[in-house]
Design a protein. Structure first.
Length: 287
């Protein structure tokens, strides 16, 4: 019975597996004729969710090719995805049919808070792909408003193999839904010491990141100035969750030493929710 279960597990995982040679530039032939139904790239913020992020990372790396599972504390998603698509194009030119299928069927999984999900969505947008891969969001933060809005829930995931395999099955069967997005590029002087400094980069909101994608001839590309890119994703909200998320972020920025435990984080989030969100709306018309 155990052997049958193990074989069935291996067969199931083949549907999500990306072979080693796809991550290298050398020419190779994939001997297995099985085409993965839902090849995935998994991006995990190992710092999110307390110890859960690290545990989830280990489980995914046990089940899949380690090259498919990226720790966002070690590797930036833009470099990983850029290299992956360069490799796919290289193998496609050599006539490798598997590369065509992987590119067509690829789905991304991102595990972390709303900021992590926003980061990956921005990276996919910046790549300007003709066929951008759909992104599934694992609720591994405190608010988890983005995953909740798309049906992935707010509850942090279990990290055992069976639970991860169940989630992979959900990703495979998930319906693709388009999301409205918009972005801004903001250009400003580099900070210098003095009384008339522009806003320091550390004081910028999480939705803004340093942007290096300007061409050398772009008028915004000037010495002594920095360019920041902001990506925004419009999902349905009554507004309360944004108010609570912002208040939580400000508290964490002021007192980072108090926010090192996930249970404490979620308790604080709930309290702020009562004070500034739902509770406030009962007494304050503006809320």
């Amino acid at each position: 019975h155990g052997a049958v279960t193990s074989d069935a597990k291996v067969d199931t995982l083949k549907d999500y597996f990306i072979p080693d040679y796809i991550f290298g530039t050398e020419r190779a032939i994939w001997t297995d004729s099985h085409v993965p139904a839902c090849p995935v790239m998994v991006f995990i913020n190992s710092k999110s969710g307390g110890h859960l992020g690290g545990e989830l990372l280990m489980t995914y790396r046990t089940l899949l090719n380690k090259n498919q599972v990226v720790d966002l504390r070690e590797n930036a998603p833009d470099k990983v995805l850029h290299q992956l698509y360069v490799n796919l194009e290289t193998h496609k030119k050599s006539g490798n049919k598997m590369s065509f299928e992987i590119q067509k069927r690829l789905r991304l999984i991102v595990a972390g808070g709303d900021g992590t999900a926003n980061w990956l969505l921005g990276v996919v947008s910046d790549l300007k792909l003709a066929q951008p891969p759909p992104v599934a969001t694992v609720p591994l933060g405190t608010g988890n408003n983005l995953p909740f809005s798309f049906g992935w829930g707010k509850k942090n995931p279990a990290t055992d193999s069976q639970s991860v395999m169940m989630f992979l099955s959900k990703v495979r069967n998930a319906k693709e839904i388009e999301i409205d997005s918009w972005q801004i590029l903001m250009n400003m002087r580099a900070s210098k010491e003095g009384a008339f400094d522009p806003i320091a980069p550390l004081a910028l909101p999480n939705s803004l990141h340093v942007f290096h994608g300007l061409s050398s001839t772009d008028t915004m590309n000037m010495e002594g100035r920095h360019t920041y890119r902001g990506g925004f994703w419009n999902y349905f909200s009554m507004g309360v969750d944004a108010e609570v998320s912002y208040a939580f972020h400000e508290q964490r920025k002021l007192h980072p030493e108090r926010f090192k435990n996930q249970l404490v984080n979620q308790s604080t989030y709930a309290v702020i929710g009562c004070q500034q969100g739902l509770g406030a709306s009962l007494f304050n018309a503006s809320s």
